[in-house]
Design a protein around this ligand. Structure first.
Ligand code: BES
Ligand code: ZN
Ligand code: ZN
Length: 483
């Protein structure tokens, strides 16, 4: 999508989107010569109308009501694109002078060109749109870069959504690895995908154990981004993602209802792969190392069983009380590998880790766990910017005590079903070797949910913008984040 900036939108445009907040309705009526009293439009959220100006020019009014929630505004734009996208010409003007809103509108337009992969019939939308004409009074070169970046990030977000939406028979661990390789080749970062033999040789035993029942073997993805000429003291970010391509629960089998949603259990990996790709596309002056542990939590005669005691990369033994608490097992290896091989200033992991987090926070906010207040504040402020919300939940030693095992160094779940998301976070923490700036994001409720893309639950694209905003913020004062 090309971005063109203007002080005034060119007369030659045939289609112009006019997002209208309720408090701007009157002003819009006055200013738009095509407005007439016959038009039914009160600028309610998601309401839309078309004004015809002459033969070949349309103003698409899109109501925003009094909404301030960024996700709701974004969804309004996406829903509008779903409705009109295929009727738009190659160039669309956007009549909006509010820069913050314009960010969301551009993001929504790009995301709105996405459609969920369908195998029944060709429903491809044939969207012709290629150019966005925006209003900008200030520095046009700076604005072009800015909106260009929004487009790149939204395109990566589409990729991430596509990964999450793919069914598990298509998106195997191997396919996830191949995606990473292609993204790395395209945007300039290194990717290695380790197969089962190498995983065994290196000793990532928890990952091997969780993956041992599936015909689709596990992979360990290691990606590294370091732009040329980056100073030695640049910020070093470690990222880790849970890439369970399908979670049956294993022998501790999940109930059937809603089990098909578990194709989204690689949502944490997709957030981190997306963040990595976006960092590379934006050429941020950072060094990033990403680890994704990917496998399928299958049921079968080779599967781990409740009561099994398994080993881990860290050398800690784990009593597996419930094979459905598999994400923490593979992340134990991923996090521990990351801290031992990459001296990160900040370490972040994302995972669709617990149903408990969904029951606690619902679908709008991810759970954030960290003992580092500064990191928590930075994540909160990045979330406020991107509109991808999160909420800090406790990480305390009382919860960790519930993981004491009689037969192993720790067990993978507490005997009582209390504070499940916090207990899981404590489990992860014990593999981070007391990293001083580690945060765990439980994205179980946020990466997959209701969106304008489908009546069924589907991928939301949560997290990519959030992490980029976080990194940009950190880059304002990198020395504060150095270890
Ligand atoms: N992948 C699930 C968590 C999940 C639940 C993600 C709902 C998205 C939506 C995870 O592996 C899991 O099953 N966790 C268990 C842990 C329990 C057995 C200790 C859970 O949360 O029920
Ligand atoms: Zn599970
Ligand atoms: Zn899972």
């Amino acid at each position: 999508m090309l971005i063109k900036l203007h002080k005034q939108l060119p007369e030659s445009l045939h289609a112009i989107l006019v997002p209208v907040r309720k408090d701007r309705l009157e002003a819009m009526r006055q200013a738009n010569s095509a407005w007439h009293e016959g038009v039914i439009f009160d600028a309610e959220l998601k309401q839309n109308a078309i004004l015809y100006a002459g033969q070949d020019k349309k103003f698409f009014l899109l109501g925003l009501g009094e909404e301030t929630n960024k996700q709701a505004l974004l969804h309004a734009v996406i829903a509008w694109m779903k409705q009109y996208g295929k009727h738009l010409p190659e160039s669309l003007g956007v009549d909006c002078e509010d820069d913050e809103l314009l960010d969301l509108v551009v993001q929504g337009i790009v995301l709105g060109t996405y459609s969920i992969p369908q195998r029944n019939k060709d429903k491809s939308q044939d969207i012709r749109l290629k150019e966005l004409h925006l209003l900008e009074d200030d520095d046009p070169a700076e604005a072009a870069t800015h909106f260009g970046q929004v487009v790149e990030m939204a395109q990566t977000q589409q990729q991430v959504m596509d990964l999450v939406n793919k069914p598990a028979n298509e998106l195997t661990p191997q396919a996830l690895g191949e995606w990473a390789v292609r993204s790395g080749e395209r945007y300039g970062y290194q990717v290695e995908v380790w197969q089962e033999d190498k995983i065994r040789e290196v000793g990532l035993k928890a990952l091997l154990s969780v993956g041992q029942a599936s015909p689709h073997p596990p992979v360990f993805i290691r990606a590294h981004y370091k732009p040329e000429g980056l100073p030695e003291d640049a910020l070093r970010i470690g990222l880790v993602g849970k890439g369970v391509t399908f979670d049956t629960g294993g022998v501790s089998l999940k109930p059937n209802e809603g089990m098909h949603y578990m194709k989204s259990d690689m949502g944490g990996a997709s957030v981190m792969l997306g963040a990595m790709e976006a960092v590379a596309r934006l050429r941020l002056p950072l060094e990033v190392e990403l680890i994704v542990c990917s496998c399928e939590n299958a049921i079968g005669s080779k599967a781990i069983k409740p009561g099994d005691v398994i080993d881990s990369y860290a050398g800690k033994t784990i009593e597996v009380l419930n094979t459905d608490a598999e994400g923490r097992l593979i992340l134990a290896d991923g996090l521990n590998y990351s801290v031992r091989h990459f001296q990160s200033d900040v370490l972040l992991n994302a995972a669709t880790l617990t149903g408990s987090c969904v029951r606690t926070l619902g679908y709008e906010q991810a759970g954030m766990f960290t003992t580092n207040d500064r990191l928590a504040a930075a994540l909160e402020s990045a979330a406020a910017e991107s509109g991808e919300e999160l909420w800090r939940l406790p990480l305390r030693k009382e919860h960790g005590k519930l993981l004491k095992s009689e037969v192993a160094d720790l067990k993978n779940m507490a005997s009582s079903p209390l504070a499940g998301a916090s207990v899981a976070a404590k489990f992860l923490e014990s593999f981070t070797e007391e990293h001083p700036a580690w945060a765990h994001l439980d994205v179980a409720g946020t990466v997959f949910g209701n969106t304008p893309f489908s009546k069924e639950k589907n991928a939301t694209g949560y997290g990519v913008f959030l992490l980029i905003r976080l990194f940009e913020q950190m880059l304002e004062e990198p020395e504060r984040w150095k270890r």
